[in-house]
Design a protein around this ligand. Structure first.
Ligand SMILES: [Cu+2]
Length: 693
């Protein structure tokens, strides 16, 4: 270990090294490879107060804490010790000082291997990183690994995610948030960037735009609901399929599609699950709540009415079984899994077709909906299919995306705190009354806690759908939307380009395993005027790349797009105003599948994953990223559970990898996930399924 070479290395030397690396190009071995970028890594240099130079004591909360320099070191004479007792809130850490001469300099796009020797009597520790944004200063970046209890000195190592743009320095350290003693020593940080392989794409436009194929077999059901199952198949639910004749006849449909064989298995469907809510339970079964009790009466005496019934679909048997009833009817309810595995449901229309303000909670452990008096009630009407996204602190973000008409009162977006039972308006959503059938998505990685809301119209006023997008950072103390880039304009059915003010409703977004967000589908007006346009949104730069290949089939109302385990995107549905339903299945092959051999996950030591654990996998080629992507459960452009959770890596000398699983279930609610690895060219593996509990 180079113990002192960087102690005097100020910004100037680091800048020279960085410049040298730039001149050599990223493809060259970085000039400082192998050098330890940590200043005073062995903690041997002490300041006037006897604390290690370039290190600081940080943290918040109650309890008592003692920082000390101990001579029971791993190497040399000093180590840092933090002893914590009687803590109920907060955390403590010894961090690198956030100043230009102490914080390690980094290059955006590179990855770094971090190491630290430690002993710990507490399981409540986490290696935490902060980044310096050249525009906005120091900010929390991400948690990287939980350190297991260790009685003797143990080395923890983790590879950072790719350094985000506009980052010039990072700091990191080990946080302790429970009772115990943590001792650390001999920190290390090395640039681990591997040269990118050459571009081998020979597929012409598909190299940059991807390509679409319309499958030779039709969808057997008018599916407006699509749920990816942990056996890799897709549950397509129609119920009556928005067909009043089928409803009258009691003809309800669903089918399970096998992407491997292109075959469909019809599933007996006991109720009209048209316009129900749905979400995967922690054990991989699918909970379905509500649906259609009645279509509007011909005499106008009532509108759509919501069922209060609920069913569970089991992928092992391809069958529905009835669960107990909810407290209220819900037609177009939301369904969000919470960190404890319970499901919370909001909104929709009741059995008498009025709006439901009854919040419902399904206890996954009790396998039952909870009685009304056991559920906090805000008595707030969140609307129809309100997009409710779980935040890392357990609160819910209502993004403003919804179905039918105007936004909610106030700013049109809010945060609901279930425990405190408070609803707080969130400012900044543009044109909240034209976000009908917009799309919201938690951007990759979930650790960044940023949500993108895009497009939308209004089926009542039927104004042109807009191009507006809004982005929010939910880590902020008082989160507020800010305008994002405009959705690229597309082409209307008559071949005319959209005007500069025309955008889309019925937008779909799909989180891809390379960390990009594919945007497709949409129309200018209520069930009319499809827009041909697809783009790629990059969360690292908040920009759209327009001109992706477009689906040969128009996809508007009641369409859905979602990620298949093999890394392709499946698209179904379209239900225009004439009442027809498109039965074609389209598959999008993203550009990354034209760029050479895919890395393969050759082994997953254990497919049952626990929070805060480290999971061993083997791969057949060097990789730069690994993540969990939650399988889709989408309807009406809405999948509030869609998320991409980074798995910081520890790479061993034999090429095998340990993946560090977040300790926070709110970042990755329990259930089955698709595990992907991605190589330096951005090419992902096929997913392996893991069960996080
Ligand atoms: Cu609908």
């Amino acid at each position: 270990m180079i113990r002192t070479s960087h102690r005097k290395a100020g910004p100037a030397l680091l800048a020279v090294l960085a410049l040298l690396a730039l001149m050599l190009g990223v493809a060259a071995r970085p000039a400082y490879a192998g050098a330890d970028l940590v200043v005073n890594p062995g903690l041997e240099a002490l300041d006037a107060n006897g604390f290690p130079v370039c290190w600081e004591q940080a943290g918040w909360g109650n309890g008592s804490v003692n920082y000390a320099v101990t001579h029971t070191a791993h190497g040399g004479g000093n180590a840092m010790q933090i002893t914590v007792s009687n803590v109920t809130t907060g955390d403590r850490k010894a961090m690198m000082l956030e100043n230009p001469s102490c914080a390690p300099s980094v290059t955006p796009g590179h990855q770094y291997d971090l190491g630290v020797w430690y002993t710990s009597t507490s399981a409540d520790t986490v290696l935490t990183a902060f980044r310096h944004d050249v525009a906005n200063g120091w900010q929390y970046w991400t948690d990287l690994a939980t350190l297991p209890v260790a009685g003797a000195y143990t080395q923890a190592g983790v590879r950072t995610p790719v350094i985000p743009p506009n980052t010039d320095q990072i700091t990191w350290g080990v946080t302790i948030y429970g009772t115990g003693t943590l001792t650390t020593d001999d920190y290390s940080m090395q640039d681990a960037t591997v040269p990118a392989t050459g571009d081998v794409c020979t597929a012409g436009p598909a190299c940059t735009q991807g390509s679409w194929a319309v499958m030779p077999f039709p969808n057997p059901v008018r599916s407006m609901h699509a749920i990816v199952l942990h056996n890799g198949k897709v549950l397509l639910m129609a119920g009556s399929g928005n067909d009043p004749m089928a409803f009258q006849a009691g003809t309800f449909n669903s089918a399970v599609y096998d992407p491997g064989t292109g075959t469909f298995a019809q599933v007996p469907t006991p109720a009209d699950m048209f316009c129900s809510g749905h979400v995967q339970l922690p054990d991989g079964r699918v909970l379905i709540m509500g649906g259609t009790k009645a279509y509007p009466a011909a005499d106008g005496s009532h509108g759509y009415e919501g069922l209060n019934t609920s069913y569970v679909f089991d992928p092992a048997t391809n069958a529905y079984t009835q669960a107990d009833d909810m407290n209220d009817g819900h037609w177009y309810p939301s369904a969000t899994e919470m960190g404890d595995g319970d499901i919370i449901t909001f909104g929709g229309l009741r059995g008498d077709s009025s709006g439901s303000v009854t919040q419902e909670v399904f206890s996954s452990s009790a396998n039952a909906w909870q009685p009304l008096n056991a559920v906090h009630q805000s008595w707030n009407f969140f609307g129809l299919y309100p997009s409710m996204i779980l935040m890392q602190d357990g609160r819910l973000f209502y993004t403003g995306s919804h179905v039918f008409g105007n936004g909610t009162a106030g700013s049109g977006a809010s945060i609901y705190d279930y425990d405190a039972n408070t609803v707080t308006d969130v400012p900044g959503l543009q044109s909240k009354d034209t976000r009908d059938q917009s799309m919201s998505v938690l951007l990759p990685p979930a650790q960044d806690q940023r949500v993108l809301t895009m497009g939308g119209g209004n089926i009542v006023t039927n104004v042109d759908a807009g191009r507006q997008t809004d982005i929010i950072d939910l880590k902020a103390a008082s989160p507020s939307y800010t305008p994002g880039p405009l959705i690229p304009t597309g082409t209307l059915a008559n071949g005319q380009p959209e005007s500069a003010s025309q955008g889309k409703m019925y937008v779909s977004t799909v989180l891809l395993p390379n960390g990009q967000v594919f945007e497709t589908n949409g129309a200018l007006h209520n069930r009319a005027d499809p827009v041909t346009e697809a783009s790629m949104f990059d969360p690292a730069t908040d920009t759209f790349t327009p001109g992706m290949a477009t689906d040969p089939i128009s996809r508007t109302y009641h369409s859905a797009s979602f990620l298949l385990p093999d890394g392709r995107v499946m698209t179904v549905g379209d239900n225009p105003g004439n009442g027809s339903f498109d039965m074609h299945v389209s598959i999008y092959t993203p550009p990354y599948l034209y760029h050479g051999a895919r890395p393969q996950i050759t082994g997953v030591a254990n497919t049952m994953w626990s929070y805060g654990s480290s999971q061993h996998i083997t791969v057949d080629a060097p990789i730069v990223r690994a993540e969990l992507i939650r399988p889709a459960a989408v309807t009406h452009s809405s999948d509030p559970n869609q998320r991409f959770v980074d798995l910081p890596m520890t790479v061993h000398s034999d090429g095998s990898i340990d993946l560090n699983v977040t300790s926070n279930p709110n970042l990755a609610p329990p259930g089955y996930y698709m595990l992907y690895v991605v190589d330096a060219a951005g090419v992902p593996s096929v997913a392996s399924w893991v069960h996080l509990m």
